[in-house]
Design a protein around this ligand. Structure first.
Ligand code: SAJ
Length: 495
């Protein structure tokens, strides 16, 4: 039995058992405290909305933001202007309100931390091409804020990290810089409490979604929950550090695996000659047993597609696996990781799109080399200008590798921030192209008619990565059609 596990003795030694019992079950909440002084480090998608909500609830909040070359973000925020683009309900008005009331200001100077009660860390924690987390911003924030820690202050890490990071990376830096020990009341409080923000509903999610607070000790957890209770209506749950860190990364790893399951079923449907969406309709239609729903849960197959992008799903699985590899106390020698394989399959889908395209061009006796492709959608998500980790990039790189040229259309993404040229004129992108490829399902593409495509495209090929078109209509209008999840027989009389 012993040799089945290789105990990570290094870590096991340090890890005294922590009280992991939930403090509050989201019902008997602690009292809400306000009138606190709070610093929020990192003025981004998470830091800005949480800072203004806390300021609006009666706290005095200082945003700390690294000064970029022209420091525009600090200036904008101190003028009461919102630096986040796109439609974000309530956010611009809230920023203006709390700045005008003197409840919120932003600086690049960490010394303001010496007067605050709470310090929230909301800096970026990306992973690199080898799926290893890049903690430069996090380490810098910890080294800087650690200098101003005094007994009784509470540090709360909100950025998504590999499980074990708060205990084994953040805590040692804070203790070294402050000369204090983590833990109340003699030292500083330390918590991990993850964010669940989503573009277009930043304020809503912070206010309405349940908040999980993991503390290094029960007092840290309790005090942090009381502070959050002034803004969060969706229930607050206390636990320990590692449980909170694992919960956050699992939340997104779970979704990534669900999407990859849909992608694999879609590939099977393509190969076996049927329509994924017919299969999903039947599978998801399984009713659960109303007398005991949990024993027979409904199915909830997700949508297959041209790939998985964004700032969450592509990295959170790797953070979870990194935490296991680095901090696991006991390892299980299981044969393979479903989550890692799900990531590889989702990352392969843009390549599959090029395979579908090449097959269609061959059917039209065209070589992909020197073909011109109309690529619709650069953003990673429909009706958004967010292009972080977009699947369209690996798709374009593979096109280039196979000798094709392309024109890219996207209604929202600004090409000043990326290394590709984005066109806004759809007809111009379609004109004289050898295929139309749907990478992102922006609503504006719903108005594309078969007639327009017949007029503009040089070769009548449609490659549908997001279930936008009806294959029957395309094929009967003389197009060669391929789609993710659309088997060869779909749309022909062979059905
Ligand atoms: N995607 C699919 N099939 C699906 C769903 C999504 O291929 O069925 C693709 C999308 O096209 C996109 C990528 O996955 O490229 C990510 O889409 P997403 O809807 O997960 O959007 P995100 O990346 O903004 O995910 C965030 C996450 N929220 C947080 O981390 C706080 C995620 O946990 C939420 O479930 C998601 O928002 C949401 O539901 O909006």
């Amino acid at each position: 039995m012993k040799d089945k596990f290789n105990v990570n003795s290094e870590v096991a030694k340090q890890l005294e058992p922590r009280a992991a019992k939930p403090l509050f079950d989201g019902q008997n909440l602690p009292i809400a405290t306000t009138g606190k002084k709070i610093a929020v480090i990192g003025m981004g998608y998470v830091g800005i909305p949480i800072a203004v909500l806390l300021a609006d609830a009666g706290n005095i909040v200082t945003g700390i933001q690294k000064k970029s070359e022209n420091g525009w973000k600090i200036e904008w925020l101190n003028e009461g202007r919102c630096p986040i683009g796109g439609y974000e309900p309530e956010l611009p008005d809230l920023i203006k309100k709390v700045v005008n009331k003197g409840k919120f200001k932003v600086t690049d100077n960490y010394s303001s931390i010496k007067d605050v009660d709470f310090i929230l860390i909301d800096v970026q924690t990306p992973t690199d091409d080898d799926h290893v987390p890049r903690y430069e911003s996090l380490k810098e924030a910890c080294h800087e804020l650690g200098k101003f820690l005094h007994p009784g202050k509470i540090v709360i890490l909100e950025s998504t990290v590999a499980p074990g990071t708060t205990e084994y990376l953040v805590k040692p830096i804070l203790e070294e810089e402050s000369g204090l020990k983590a833990g109340l009341p003699d030292g500083f409080g330390l918590c991990f409490s993850y964010e669940r923000v989503m573009v277009k509903r930043l304020i809503h999610n912070i206010r309405e979604y349940p908040k999980i607070v993991g503390g290094i000790d029960q007092e840290s957890t309790r005090v942090a929950m009381e502070m959050y209770h002034s803004i969060i209506k969706g229930g607050i749950y206390g636990t320990d550090l590692i449980t909170a860190e694992i919960s956050k990364t699992v939340e997104n790893a779970y979704r990534d695996v669900q999407i990859s399951f849909a992608n694999e079923v879609a590939l099977l449907c393509e190969s076996l000659g049927t329509d994924f969406y017919d299969v999903r309709k039947f599978v998801n239609g399984l009713p659960n047993d109303p007398s005991s729903p949990t024993t027979n849960p409904v199915r909830n197959m997700h949508s297959p597609g041209a790939g998985v992008g964004g700032h969450c799903l592509p990295k959170d699985t790797w953070l979870l696996i990194h935490g296991y590899n680095k901090y696991a106390i006991v390892k299980n020698n299981y044969p393979t990781s479903i989550m890692a394989n799900a990531r590889y399959l989702n990352d392969w889908m843009p390549i599959h799109m090029v395979d579908l395209l090449e097959a269609a061009l061959t059917e039209c006796n065209k070589d992909i080399k020197n073909s011109t492709i109309a690529v619709l959608g650069y953003a990673f998500l429909e009706n958004s200008d967010d292009s972080r980790n977009t699947p369209t990039v690996p798709f374009l790189e593979e096109l280039k590798k196979r000798g094709a040229t392309y024109k890219i259309h996207d209604p929202y993404v600004k090409d000043s921030e990326i290394r590709y040229c984005i066109e806004r004129d759809l007809d111009n992108v379609l004109h004289d192209s050898d295929a139309l490829v749907i990478m992102t399902k922006h609503d504006v593409y719903n108005s594309i008619t078969i007639g327009k495509l017949q007029t503009l495209l040089r070769t009548k090929i449609i490659i549908d990565g997001r279930n936008l078109f009806d294959p029957v209509k395309c094929i009967s209008a003389g197009f060669v059609f391929r789609g993710v999840g659309k088997g060869k027989r779909v749309g022909t009389s062979e059905l």
